[in-house]
Design a protein around this ligand. Structure first.
Ligand code: FAQ
Length: 331
């Protein structure tokens, strides 16, 4: 089982009667769907759980720029290049809103970045896979953004105000991303046989990692019970995964592509698709740092941080100068 690197202090979910008065009052506010705001009292474990999840989410958006960014200079048309640049910029914006949301909990951006660079905090497993062909850009938009929206729509209603509000705009943009990915796949599937083969190959490589993005099965999910109690999470990993599969299979059929799962079947009784076994060893291996691109992704972030040091210094010096000028004018 994957060991937690971030100790949020939660050992088990306590019953309402067992909670000390302040925590019980907090839980009652959550149960009544009251949004928690930065200056409200909150249990330390709630604060730490949010910092863990929001910072991991922010890092995912930033590291998530790398696989697609790799194709900006090689996009096949000016229109596709413009769309891809806009999408990658959107992901940077999502990262920044999320870092800001996490900062409202009293953690500094430098600490969050340091936690990423030292491997203390994760980013999504999905961004440790390579983008080998142009079709991978379509598969990421269609499948990865598709999975991201499925997970993020419920977070728009989560209990922490700044996270919920950041997620509203992010979801609108992710929905455009998903559609551009599907449109790219559709163009390939309606193109030459070679283009269609490229699309199928991308689906073959991205399907299972996208299915794994929702996290471990509910029975193995360390944080789910407490996070659902606090309404940080509103839908379980397995339920979101199932919704994603049910939504995506008909889209693959429309494209004329085959999902790489020989055991995939519509289950009339359940009203859902059944799937074959998920290779959870692969998932745990990737989140432990041993996926195909983990080292490359982390190195790219560290290099960008080091090479950007002069920009941060210049911005800080400028801000100091402005503040001194304002103070002088006010005196
Ligand atoms: N990758 O107990 P649970 C995007 C870890 S944004 C890596 O179930 P939890 C946009 C988990 O952290 C994608 N690690 O955990 C985009 C924990 O380890 P820890 C990111 C994972 O938090 C598109 C351990 O396993 N989205 O794609 C993963 O209750 C295209 C046990 O798991 C978010 O972050 C994973 N997939 O549920 C950008 C959404 N899954 O922390 C560019 C917000 C689990 O104790 C291009 N996050 N782990 O060391 C969430 O909803 C939740 O955090 C989950 C995990 C559902 C991801």
């Amino acid at each position: 089982m994957y060991a937690q690197l971030v100790d949020t202090g939660v050992q088990r979910v306590a019953a309402l009667e067992e909670l000390p008065p302040e925590e019980r009052a907090f839980q009652e506010r959550i149960d009544a769907d009251v949004k928690i705001e930065p200056k409200d009292p909150m249990p330390e474990a709630y604060r730490r759980t949010l910092i863990r999840q929001i910072s991991q989410h922010a890092h995912s958006e930033i590291v998530g720029m790398l696989p697609e960014g790799n194709w900006i200079t090689r996009a096949p048309t000016l229109k596709r290049k413009a769309i891809l640049i806009a999408k990658v910029q959107d992901e940077a914006g999502h990262g920044l809103y999320l870092y800001s949301a996490a900062e409202t909990l009293g953690v500094s951006r430098d600490t969050m970045i340091d936690d990423l660079h030292t491997g203390k905090v994760k980013y999504s497993s999905i961004f440790n896979y390579p983008t080998l062909t142009w079709a991978d850009v379509g598969a990421i938009g269609w499948l990865v953004d598709g999975a991201a929206i499925m997970n993020q729509i419920p977070i728009c209603r989560c209990s922490y105000g700044p996270y919920a509000r950041a997620m509203v705009r992010i979801c609108k943009e992710e929905s455009f991303h998903q559609r551009q990915g599907f449109d790219l796949m559709l163009a390939l599937c309606r193109g030459t046989p070679e283009q269609k083969r490229m699309a199928q190959d991308a689906l073959n490589r991205w399907w299972w990692p996208a299915v794994m993005m929702f996290g471990p099965p509910d029975a193995e999910s360390v944080h789910s019970a407490q996070s659902m109690r606090w309404k940080i999470k509103l839908v379980s990993n397995d339920d979101l995964r199932q919704k994603f599969i049910d939504q995506t299979v008909p889209q693959a059929e429309y494209l004329g592509l085959t999902i790489p799962d020989p055991q995939l079947r519509w289950n009339e009784e359940r009203g859902h698709y059944d799937i074959g076994p998920i290779d959870w060893d692969e998932f745990y291996n990737v989140i432990k740092g041993n996926g195909p691109c983990n080292r490359e992704r982390l190195q790219a972030r560290k290099t960008a941080w080091e090479e950007g040091a002069w920009v941060r210094e210049a911005a800080a010096a400028h801000a100091e100068k402005q503040a001194a000028r304002c103070a002088k004018a006010a005196a």
